[in-house]
Design a protein around this ligand. Structure first.
Ligand SMILES: Cc1cc2nc3c(=O)[nH]c(=O)nc-3n(C[C@H](O)[C@H](O)[C@H](O)COP(=O)(O)OP(=O)(O)OC[C@H]3O[C@@H](n4cnc5c(N)ncnc54)[C@H](O)[C@@H]3O)c2cc1C
Length: 157
């Protein structure tokens, strides 16, 4: 049986852990921080992040706590509107792979970091299920994620 060690208990690490458990693989997670201090924080989560949390079986919990946003407006320092987005339209080498911010930190302007971390976790588990061998799964994961990440990074620059 494949043994998996996840280093880092952030959004990517915990999402990966949850998705692996659903596939019957129980990974070991090690984290630098001894607790998860979340007080006073909030996360702006676009549609792809919401969808990814749904795929992790967390849609109900998310909806119970979330506040739905229908538009995002981007203004310059004078208050002039630069863009308006209708959010409802959005919806490695070897045996180590980097996911989430460690692999591809994105600009905070469009709040895609958490969503990309969640997507990474889901795609990685999918690839591990499709390919028996971790080597193949990890390279298939990188192949599949690279164009998507590049697109998000270019779009949110
Ligand atoms: C102020 C702020 C606001 C943000 N707002 C948003 C937002 O609204 N929407 C959004 O989508 N994104 C937002 N982001 C970005 C988002 O938080 C990140 O993209 C997301 O947390 C990435 O998840 P991750 O798991 O890759 O990294 P992290 O959440 O940073 O998790 C990494 C974890 O690994 C641990 N770690 C690191 N090194 C080691 C080690 N050597 N050994 C063990 N553990 C280790 C860390 O302690 C941490 O717990 C924001 C970021 C900041 C800083």
């Amino acid at each position: 049986m494949t043994r998996i060690l996840i280093v880092g208990g952030g959004i990517a690490g915990l999402a990966l852990g949850r998705a692996l458990r659903e596939q019957g693989v129980v990974p070991e997670i090690i984290a630098r921080a001894a607790s998860w201090p979340t007080g006073g924080t909030g996360l702006y989560l676009p549609g792809n992040g919401v969808r990814a949390l749904g795929a992790l079986g967390l849609a109900d919990k998310l909806m119970a706590r979330a506040v739905r946003m229908s538009h995002q407006r981007i203004l310059d320092h004078t208050g002039r509107r630069l863009a308006e987005i209708e959010l409802s339209k959005f919806w490695n080498p070897g045996r180590v792979v980097l996911i989430g911010d460690a692999a591809h930190a994105t600009s905070p302007n469009m709040a895609e970091g958490a969503s990309m971390a969640l997507e990474d976790a889901l795609v990685l588990v999918q690839m591990l299920a499709v390919y028996g061998s971790p080597d193949k799964a990890l390279s298939a994961f990188s192949e599949r994620r690279r164009p998507r990440i590049r697109w998000v990074q270019q779009t949110t620059r």
